[in-house]
Design a protein around this ligand. Structure first.
Ligand SMILES: Cc1ncc(COP(=O)(O)O)c(C=O)c1O
Length: 461
């Protein structure tokens, strides 16, 4: 039972939201003005999900900090939800990126950089054939189509409550035996999601084997460690079983490293020595510039190469994909940002952050847990780390509709975000998740932990 009451959360949330709005008249006015021309007052609907009643409008994002139009400066622990993992506007990328932009942006032709990029990706992630897309969602959609083509099978297997971007096949949940499109999904590909997707629980090897045994699944798509409903680590032996079973039943294995790249310079694929057939990485791969990569095994790459584009437009990618600035930015990111040295700085600080939050939880005997992957630290309002998606699905606050009995999660999560924003700290909007960049200092980590501690003390007062 939580020692924190819903009444207290709501009282503090009302106070903090008032303060948030009063201190941000320019953002509020811009948001209202933008309602006239942008859907919901933002250029992309996702930007409405920030707690506080309206999103801050950004004047500048540089390094570990972001400044809004009202002049507030925030320590950014959201970092574009991983897209700016190495800090905003990194000069190491801006240089080569702008040089390439001055030499041309969109030509629908390759530049020499693609060779160095492809070779470095192969060296790091173990797959020989690469393509460059605009986003991780694009890359996953492409990867699933290719997997279907390669295997001649229709079904995709995803783990319950996982997230891989705007990819219909993976926006399916198994809610206590009832397979359904993810709440909120618009215009789903099929009414009956069992026609395209099979769902099993992460860490459930027995269910996985049962789902793969009919030999009709083209591909298993998974993160190495689940991140999108809180962090769920694989149990010992899970990845070995996943690889063995996918091979045994002729199913391809797609590892989506988009968030878990926070685990190291070769992501959790490197850390856990995984051997995917297909690999996807978006978000920070071009230092914050929009790009994603997808890697394929030799056999899959050769199948793709045999297909002549002017006879088949494929149904993925497009004229802007693989553009020269994106490839230049990926090359610079791999060389200067996604490095051993960067992680050697980030991970110990993230560990310190995790320990700080754990100490608060322990001191106040809160029924919460804190988890970490590399430089990603997240706490949740559950007494212990879940091992399956369904365990956390009950705690997820879809569109502010609370599914848990106490109804505490949504307001509590909103409070922590607004409380932090009012004290100059930005968290990822959909989780109590913080990322440590190579530019984040120890003092800033301590400051964040202190603010969380103060919030908890007010909640318990
Ligand atoms: C694991 C994973 N894959 C893919 C994506 C999609 O990334 P994008 O929204 O940049 O397409 C996300 C987004 O959060 C993600 O968490």
């Amino acid at each position: 039972m939580s020692p924190i009451t819903l009444e207290k959360v709501k009282e503090l949330l009302a106070r903090e939201e008032k303060r948030y709005a009063e201190a941000r008249p320019k953002s509020k006015a811009l948001y209202e003005k933008a309602q006239r021309c942008c859907v919901g007052g933002v250029p992309m609907s996702w930007m409405r999900i920030w707690p506080g009643g309206f999103p801050i409008f950004v004047r500048e994002a540089k390094g570990a900090y972001l400044t809004d139009v009202d002049g507030h400066r925030y320590l950014d622990l959201c970092l574009g939800d991983t897209g700016a993992l190495f800090g905003h506007a990194p000069p190491e990328v801006i240089g080569p990126l702008t040089q390439q932009m001055n030499r041309g942006m969109t030509t629908m032709l390759p530049t020499e950089d693609c060779i160095e990029v492809g070779e470095e990706l192969s060296r790091r992630f173990g797959l020989p054939c690469w393509q460059v897309l605009m986003t991780a969602s694009d890359a996953n959609r492409m990867a699933l189509k290719v997997a279907r083509e390669f295997t001649g099978r229709q079904l995709i297997l995803a783990f319950n409550a996982s997230y891989h971007g705007s990819v219909d096949e993976t926006l399916v949940v198994d809610f206590f035996g009832h397979l359904m499109n993810m709440p909120g999904l618009m215009g789903p590909l099929v009414k009956d999601p069992s026609q395209m997707t099979r769902i099993v629980e992460f860490n459930d090897i027995e269910a996985l084997e049962k789902a793969l045994a009919p030999r009709d699944v083209a591909c298993v798509i998974t993160e190495p460690v689940m991140t999108n409903v809180g962090i769920i680590h694989p149990e010992p032996g899970f990845h070995e079983a996943l690889r063995r079973l996918t091979r045994q039943y002729g199913t391809l294995l797609l590892i989506d490293e988009t968030h878990t790249i926070c685990g190291g310079p070769a992501g959790m694929t490197g850390e856990l020595k995984l051997e995917p057939d297909i690999f996807v990485l978006g978000k920070p791969i071009a230092g914050g510039y929009p790009a994603a990569v997808v890697g394929f095994s030799r056999e899959i790459g050769e199948m793709l190469a045999r297909r002549v584009p002017w006879h088949n437009f494929f149904g993925f990618g497009g004229t802007l994909s693989g553009n020269a600035p994106a490839v230049a930015a990926i090359k610079a990111t791999l060389k200067h940002l996604l490095t051993e040295e960067a992680f050697a700085r980030m991970i110990p600080l993230a560990r310190k952050m995790e320990e700080g939050i754990a100490a608060i939880i322990k001191e106040h005997q809160l029924p919460w847990y804190v988890a970490r992957i590399g430089c990603r630290v997240e706490f949740r309002f559950l007494p212990e780390p879940p091992r399956r998606g369904i365990d956390t699905l009950l705690d997820v606050d879809y569109n502010q509709v609370d599914l848990i009995s106490e109804g505490l999660t949504g307001p509590l999560e909103a409070l922590i975000h607004v409380y932090c924003a009012n004290r100059g700290i930005l968290l990822s909007p959909v989780h109590d998740m913080a990322l440590v960049s190579p530019l984040t200092s120890e003092e800033e980590v301590d400051r964040y932990v202190r603010v969380i501690g103060e919030c908890v003390e007010e909640l318990l007062a």
